[in-house]
Design a binder for this molecule. Structure first.
Ligand code: GLP
Length: 271
C-alpha cells in the first residue's frame, strides 16, 4: 500500500476509541520496542482506559516500549494535577507495566526552555523517531499545541496558547486566569516525521474542525490540515464528529472492503 490518508467512521465515541486502542495494541504486539507518541485531552481518556484493560485482561505488554508526549504546559511541575505528566501517569503509565524511565514529556519547568526543546527533538531522534503518533484535535484546530499560524515545518518549541485554547481549558483550571499561557509542543514538522499518525475526534463540537482538517485546504491556520501531507495518517471519528464530512460513503466503503481493515471490522451484526 502506498502513502495515504484514511478516515474511519465508527457509530459511537466508545467504538471509535476502541478502534484506536486496538490499532495501538496491534502495533505494540507486532513491535514490543514501539516508540509511541502520545496525546492528552478528554477524548484520549477512553483510549487509555482500553489500553489499561488490554494490559490487565490480555497481558498487553508495555515493558519495552517508549513514549513521547506531544506537549506540556510551561511552568507546571509534574506533580501539578493539571500537568500533562500527571495526566499520563494517572490515565496510563501507573496502570500498565511501562518503565517510567522510558516515558518522556517536555519539561515545562526547564530553566532554559529553548535548550529543553532542542534536547527533546534530539531525544526523539536518539530513539529512532516515533513509530506511531496518537493525536487529538483542539478547538482551534491544533494538533499538540500548534496554534494558528504554526509553521508547517515547525519543530518542538514554546508556543503561546490562543484565546480559544485558553477558554477551552479554563473549566479544568478553575478560571481563565489560572491557565498557563504557554506550552512546549512538538512542531508540525516533528509530528509529520512520525511513521504513522492516528487522529481521534469524537462529538459534534469537533465536526466542523474535522471537515476542515480532512477535506479542506492545507493551512497554517489549522495545524491539523498538515496531516494531509503525511504519508500514513488514519483519522478515526464517531458519527457525530463525521457530521460535516462530504465523502462519508467512500470512507465507509474503504473500511468495509479494504483487506487491511479486516481484523478491525466488528463481526456481522455487532455495532
Ligand atoms: C489539548 C491538547 C491536544 C488535544 C486537545 C483536545 O489542547 N494539547 O493535544 O488534542 O487538548 O482535547 P479534548 O480531547 O479534551 O477535546
Amino acid at each position: 500500500m502506498g502513502p495515504r490518508m484514511e478516515v474511519i467512521l465508527r457509530p459511537t465515541a466508545e467504538a471509535a476509541a476502541d478502534l484506536v486502542a486496538r490499532i495501538i495494541a496491534r502495533e505494540l504486539r507486532a513491535n514490543p520496542h514501539l516508540v509511541l507518541g502520545l496525546a492528552t485531552g478528554r477524548t484520549m481518556e477512553a483510549v487509555y482506559a482500553r489500553l489499561v484493560r488490554f494490559h490487565r485482561e490480555e497481558g498487553l505488554d508495555f515493558s519495552l516500549c517508549s513514549t513521547f508526549n506531544l506537549d506540556e504546559y510551561v511552568g507546571l511541575p509534574p506533580t501539578d494535577r493539571h500537568s500533562f505528566r500527571h495526566y499520563m501517569n494517572h490515565h496510563l503509565f501507573l496502570q500498565v507495566n511501562i518503565d517510567l524511565r522510558n516515558t518522556h514529556l517536555p519539561d515545562g519547568r526547564a530553566g532554559d526552555l529553548e535548550a529543553e526543546c532542542r534536547a527533546y527533538e534530539a531525544l526523539i531522534k536518539r530513539f529512532g523517531g516515533i513509530d506511531l503518533q496518537l493525536l487529538g484535535i483542539g478547538r482551534s484546530g491544533h494538533i499538540g499545541f500548534n496554534e494558528p499560524l504554526s509553521a508547517l515545518q515547525s519543530r518542538t518549541r514554546v508556543k503561546a496558547l490562543s484565546p480559544v485554547t485558553v477558554a477551552q481549558n479554563a473549566p479544568l483550571f478553575g478560571g481563565e486566569d489560572q491557565v498557563p499561557r504557554r506550552a512546549i509542543t512538538m512542531g508540525v514538522g516533528t509530528i509529520l516525521e512520525a511513521r504513522r499518525c492516528l487522529l481521534l475526534a469524537t462529538g459534534e463540537e469537533k465536526a466542523d474542525l474535522i471537515a476542515r482538517a480532512v477535506e479542506g485546504p492545507i493551512t497554517a491556520m489549522i495545524s491539523a490540515t498538515a496531516l494531509q501531507l503525511h504519508p500514513r495518517c488514519t483519522v478515526v471519528v464517531d458519527e457525530a464528529a463525521a457530521g460535516r464530512l462530504r465523502c462519508t460513503e467512500y470512507y465507509r466503503w474503504i473500511f468495509e472492503n479494504e483487506p487491511e481493515w479486516e481484523p478491525f471490522r466488528p463481526p456481522a451484526g455487532a455495532a
